[in-house]
Design a protein around this ligand. Structure first.
Ligand code: SF4
Ligand code: SF4
Ligand code: SF4
Ligand code: FES
Length: 1004
């Protein structure tokens, strides 16, 4: 983070080429000239020029907070805070004037009154503690004000972190991060209290407050007041002492300080901190959970994960959510598969790799010989790397000879990709997360962004809170984004296409469409406008249940906005008309000219960490890497030459078709990695029944998933922390991950296993590192021509397409759309009602989706102790209306039945859902929600219509406790305010700006 800064509410880092280009004024500092940016915080200009001024509360990513007063300098002869002063041309700054130095020192002495310097036995003393470093830099020997503990207990109630009021210097960084970056609005400082402290929800204990354990506050805390529990007693050589021993050590330091001064004490602790460097490893990785693509350093000591430290990630900088920050216990969980398993009857026995691979080669090879290559299917994983996905499709195509290869984007994102292919040509986000943040308006459709794409949502929440961004949300369910929205609409299930088309028609009919843009850039205007004729406002009102007034307001607001980004997710795609609704979104953006500029475009929010990359790198039945068709002779010939084999020219089967093909007796064997397909596919009972019919089934995973139960061989794979490779996030951003830990037991990274299997089938692959694989992919797929591991080293990233010279494309459409004539296409649509709707028997509409703290079915997050404690159960959200109608209370057990299966679950009454709509989270410690979902799919892509499930609810005669424990954040009550509200500190009677009076201090 050093050297990176932002002006308030802006995002360009200091030191970046954009900022270097902005240097536009000259200032004088201590008699020397320096270049600066007019309007930037003066502290940034000083830092850039190498002027050393203390700055305890200032964090480059937070902007000026002005709570610590340590950055006092003289400007034009007057003492000012350097962080709170805007740089101006001709400014004359004195940082070394005696009054400035005295004020800095006075301010820092006030800080030390709040913080005991027991660095040698502190787990935060790792060379990066701001309080320690400032003490050393200012050469503080004796503090002016004695350390004074505060009359509060440590708060240890959160499973992941603790707050120690006695060490809290009241800098307010945590409050700023929580209020204005994460925008969870949990934290404040009780400035008016006799002994101010940080407060959760205005004064609650942490557990049970609205804190979502995102970790922002801990990441920015400049000392040990907020710390990861995983660090405590682990980071230092002496910090594991029992509490009593620690107290003695701390008392010893207190006794020594008057005699020796801090100098020798600091030296001892710095020596100890340097020793820690030897055993603490810091490794960059990319989050394995959602598609936002947060990256961070993981600190480890042997296999113990000390902490996750974000800072430089292109997608997230200081941000994480609970999963990225704390969700890693599963890596060392006792349930990890560590040896191959081979089925014997109804059980499995451990086997050697040699035996397992020989069996796989024999059985897959045998099926191919007997039934042909198309009797085999290959199912890849959006949890695995690009390189692993590339090898999987190469195994299917080049070694086996089939295009039967797919990945789990089939379950979520394929319809969005289809909508974009039809209209603008590339199946990826139009821009970057920074575009979303800078848009004048964000429209969110069918996405619980705060819980499913947490860090991305913080950028929207921040822009909405601080920068006046407009927010429109369309969803069935009332969630945080809905509560924050300027307009929140709840159309009837499966009718988004109708309101989107009606809004677009209204915009055309009322002369609000951007005709200049359309004439220059979009084909098929008349054809499309004709298709819009049925979509009058009245028709839309009838179908969606929204009023004409609301629809008109939505249309007028969207048309009037200077720049619009539309975000959508599985609430759109997981319907029978998912592709068409995605297309309607893109049509609306084209009609309003919201492409080809920063702050505009289409953003299908990719669900898994590498769901974008799994498709990008060719795990689709019709596409080679980079979306070139297997049916294209020129493309196929290119791959045939490189791989030295003849390739199939016919489209293969997708996941859904593979399951059908088992039933039809055409598919005999499957090799699947990194996917709990039984739980993830819809109509799980049917899927399981088909798996049971396979002649041979190889499943490769890190845990024994539900899908493994159907396997003949189970192979132990390594999770992301145990491998190298790259992921592509939702912004098309390719990022490298490095090996944090060695593979556990006999588990192996998936790319090695795929190579082993290819070789067991007679291939002679010899990839020694994922970089070899990327090199090959880049040489074959023009979309990745310029991708190299060097260009992705550390925190460097590239957003595809990447030209051979390494030029990437953060904004996807700048000079043209991805069609031969460079123009986009309107795509005419009609609305078809959902495949299944509620009726008398199945009278309730079931919705499902993610929770913030769990990921998908929960295979990983249920194995994270803290997450399990906070959210151990699944539940059924029932509206207050339905609860009243059926006499239901929270805790009641019910059986939920669909035409496909049944689940037993406890009720949670909440106004997040309305009427006869209920919601079940995807995560489950037991049976998956997909036992209830149907076999209906999107008409184009075969993505299951998970969100169209009518159910019946039978009330059981038992009631239990609330399935959501009291410590869950959903029970909290946030306390929104605009940042740390330092003015309240300044209003205290006992506050005086350092330097306001003559300050007599001896400096060393
Ligand atoms: S939500 Fe909790 S963990 Fe996140 S910044 Fe706020 S207080 Fe900290
Ligand atoms: S807990 Fe908050 S106010 Fe206290 S030192 Fe840490 S960041 Fe500053
Ligand atoms: S789950 Fe998503 S938002 Fe959370 S840390 Fe990981 S990538 Fe970031
Ligand atoms: S760094 Fe300027 S007031 Fe804290």
């Amino acid at each position: 983070m050093d050297g990176i800064t932002v002006a308030p509410h802006s995002l360009a880092p200091v030191g970046s080429p954009e900022q270097a280009a902005q240097l536009n004024c000259s200032i004088t500092v201590d008699g020397r000239q320096a270049m600066a940016i007019a309007g930037e915080p003066l502290v940034d200009a000083l830092n850039r020029s190498g002027i050393e001024v203390p700055q305890v509360c200032y964090h480059p990513r937070l902007g000026p907070i002005q709570t610590c007063d340590t950055c006092m300098v003289k400007v034009g002869g007057k003492l000012v805070r350097a962080c709170g002063t805007k740089t101006a041309d001709g400014m004359v700054v004195e940082s070394e004037a005696a009054e400035a130095r005295a004020a800095q020192r006075e301010a820092f002495d006030r800080i030390l009154k709040n913080h005991l310097l027991y660095c040698t036995v502190c787990d935060n003393s790792n060379g990066n503690c701001t309080v320690h470093n400032t003490t050393a830099k200012m050469k503080v020997e004796h503090q002016k004000y004695p350390y004074t503990p505060k009359p509060y207990e440590k708060d240890m109630s959160n499973p992941f972190y603790r707050y120690d009021p006695d060490q809290c210097i009241l800098c307010g960084r945590c409050v700023e991060a929580c209020q204005n970056v994460q925008v969870n609005e949990t934290l404040s400082i009780g400035w008016e209290m006799d002994h101010p402290r940080v407060l959760w929800d205005g004064g609650q204990q942490i557990a049970g407050s609205s804190c979502v354990s995102c970790g922002h506050c801990i990441t920015v805390c400049p000392c040990n007041a907020l710390m990861e529990k995983s660090m405590l007693g682990e980071a230092g050589y002496l910090t594991h002492l029992p509490a009593e021993g620690l107290e003695k050590m701390i008392d010893l330091v207190k006794e020594l300080e008057p005699e020796t001064g801090y100098g020798p004490i600091m030296m001892v602790s710095e020596t100890e901190a340097a020793m820690r460097e030897v055993r603490v490893k810091r490794t960059k990785t990319v989050c394995t959970y959602c598609g936002v693509g947060c990256s961070f350093d993981v600190w480890t000591k042997d296999r113990h994960i000390l902490k996750v430290e974000p800072g430089e990630g292109a997608a997230n900088n200081i941000s994480t959510c609970v999963k990225g920050k704390f969700g890693w216990d599963y890596v060392n969980h006792e349930d990890r598969l560590q040896q191959p398993l081979i089925r014997e009857g109804d059980a499995f026995r451990p086997a050697s790799w040699e035996e397992a691979l020989a069996l796989i080669g024999k059985r897959l090879g045998g099926i191919k010989a007997e039934h042909g290559p198309d009797a085999l299917g290959f199912i890849s994983s959006s949890k695995c790397t690009n390189e692993e996905n590339y090898l999987m499709q190469k195994l299917a195509r080049a070694v086996v000879g089939t295009n039967n290869v797919d990945n789990c984007s089939r379950y979520c994102q394929s319809p969005a990709t289809q909508g974009l292919f039809r209209t603008v040509g590339y199946g990826g986000d139009s821009g970057s997360i920074s575009d979303i943040a800078s848009a004048a308006m964000v429209v969110v459709i069918g996405s619980n962004t705060t819980e499913s794409h947490p860090v991305l949502s913080t950028r929207v929440k921040r822009a909405h809170k601080l920068n006046g961004q407009k927010l429109i949300v369309a969803d069935l369910r009332r969630h945080e984004m809905a509560d924050r929205a300027d307009i929140f609409i709840q159309p009837s299930p499966g009718t988004d296409l109708v309101w989107l088309s009606a809004v677009t028609k209204y915009i055309f009919d009322n002369g609000l469409a951007k005709m200049d843009f359309i004439e220059r850039w979009v084909n098929k205007v008349e054809e499309y406008r004709k298709s819009l004729e049925p979509f009058t406002m009245e028709y839309a009102a009838k179908i969606t249940g929204l009023s004409v007034e609301t629809l008109t307001r939505v249309a007028e607001e969207i048309a009037a906005a200077e720049s619009v980004c539309i975000l959508w997710a599985m609430g759109v795609t997981q319907h029978c008309g998912g592709s068409d609704t995605s297309t309607a979104i893109s049509n609306l953006l084209l009609a309003t000219g919201n492409y080809m500029r920063t702050g505009t475009g289409a953003y299908p929010l990719r669900g898994h960490n590498n769901v974008q990359g799994a498709s990008d790198f060719g795990c689709m039945p019709i596409y080679f890497p980079g979306y070139e068709k297997v049916t294209d002779d020129e493309v196929r010939h290119r791959y045939e030459q490189a791989w030295g084999v003849k390739l199939s020219s016919s489209k293969g089967l997708d996941n859904h078709e593979m399951v059908r093909a088992i039933e039809d007796g055409k598919l005999k064997g499957i090799y699947l990695f990194g996917e709990d397909m039984f739980s993830a596919d819809s109509n799980a009972n049917y899927v399981g029944a088909q798996f049971a019919k396979l002649d041979f089934f190889v499943v490769q995973d890190i845990f024994f998933s539900e899908t493994c139960r159907y396997a003949d061989v189970v192979l132990p794979a390594s999770p992301s922390l145990e491998k190298e490779g790259t992921f592509v996030n939702t912004e098309r951003r390719i990022q490298r991950l490095y090996e944090v830990l060695e593979p556990l037991g006999e588990s192996r990274p998936d790319w090695r296993i795929v190579q082993d299997i290819a070789n067991s089938l007679g291939a002679k692959w010899n990839y020694t590192h994922p970089a070899d694989v990327m090199h090959e992919a880049a040489s074959l797929a023009p979309m990745f021509a310029g991708v190299t591991y060097d260009r992705l080293a550390g925190y460097k990233t590239l957003q595809w397409p990447v030209a051979i010279d390494g030029t990437d494309q953060p904004l996807l459409y700048t000079e043209k759309f991805n069609f031969p004539d460079g123009k986009a296409n309107f795509y005419p649509l009609e609305w078809i009602a959902p495949c299944e709707e509620i009726d008398q028997e199945y009278d309730i509409h079931l919705n499902n989706g993610r929770l913030l703290e769990h990921f998908h079915e929960g295979n990983m997050t249920y194995r994270v102790k803290g997450i399990h404690e906070e959210t151990p159960n699944r539940f059924l959200e029932v509206s207050p209306e339905l609860a009243e109608e059926r006499n239901l209370q929270t805790g009641q057990w019910v059986d939920v039945t669909s035409r496909y299966g049944e689940l037993r679950v406890q009720v949670l009454v909440t106004d997040r859902v309305k009427g006869k709509q209920v919601f079940i989270p995807l995560n489950s410690p037991e049976k998956p929600v997909n036992l209830l979902t149907s076999h209906f799919t999107d008409r184009v892509t075969h993505t299951p219509a998970y969100k169209e499930t009518p159910v019946h609810m039978k009330i059981l005669p038992w009631k239990g406790e609330n399935p959501l424990p009291g410590i869950n954040f959903r029970n909290g009550h946030p306390t929104p305010q605009r940042g740390v509200e330092v003015e309240r500190k300044w209003a205290r009677k006992d506050y005086r700006l350092p330097g306001d009076e003559l300050v007599q201090i001896k400096t060393q």
